[in-house]
Design a protein around this ligand. Structure first.
Ligand SMILES: [Zn+2]
Length: 165
């Protein structure tokens, strides 16, 4: 999944710049992305109906930064489906609650989708570069276009503990 995220950055995004735009990437990969009114605790969903292309839905009341992370997470679910040999023409649906995206005790699919989202939006090398430059977590959040809490998760994920505290 991490390799796939890196490949997408190289080949689809062509290493343009930060922040990475996962909505643009998802569309480029043939998915439709809509922001719309959802129940307040729902951040996003990946929905596939029979004989239709999969669709990513985002909560329109979330911040642009939050939507960016949610979209990358849903794209992660889509990539998992592609990479596994599950019958992909069938219907499926992932609905992600805001609380589920941030909590530790998730199932393997959710963890993988989060790892993918981090690798796509905040590549390890780029974050380590910022750490070396002593950037504040708030500056990193601005550069990568994600909420502050996502930067904290990324730092932990990449083994940088207690940074900026
Ligand atoms: Zn999910």
């Amino acid at each position: 999944m991490i390799t796939t995220a890196n490949n997408i950055l190289n080949t689809v995004w062509e290493n343009r710049y930060f922040p990475v735009d996962p909505i643009w990437i998802a569309k480029k990969m043939g998915l439709s992305v809509y922001s719309l009114e959802t129940p307040p605790d729902v951040s996003g969903a990946l929905v596939k109906r029979a004989d239709r292309d999969p669709v990513i839905l985002l909560n329109q009341n979330d911040s642009e930064q939050r939507m960016r992370f949610t979209c990358a997470h849903e794209l992660g679910h889509y990539i998992q489906r592609l990479e596994s040999n599950i019958e992909n023409s069938k219907e499926y649906e992932y609905v992600d609650l805001f609380s589920k995206l941030s909590q530790e005790n998730q199932n393997e699919e959710e963890k993988l989708a989060n790892k993918f989202a981090l690798a796509l939006l905040i590549p390890k090398e780029a974050l380590l570069h910022d750490v070396k430059e002593n950037c504040s977590p708030a500056m990193m959040a601005y550069r990568f276009g994600v909420p502050d809490d996502v930067i904290r998760v990324a730092l932990e994920e990449y083994g940088i503990h207690g940074y900026g505290r």
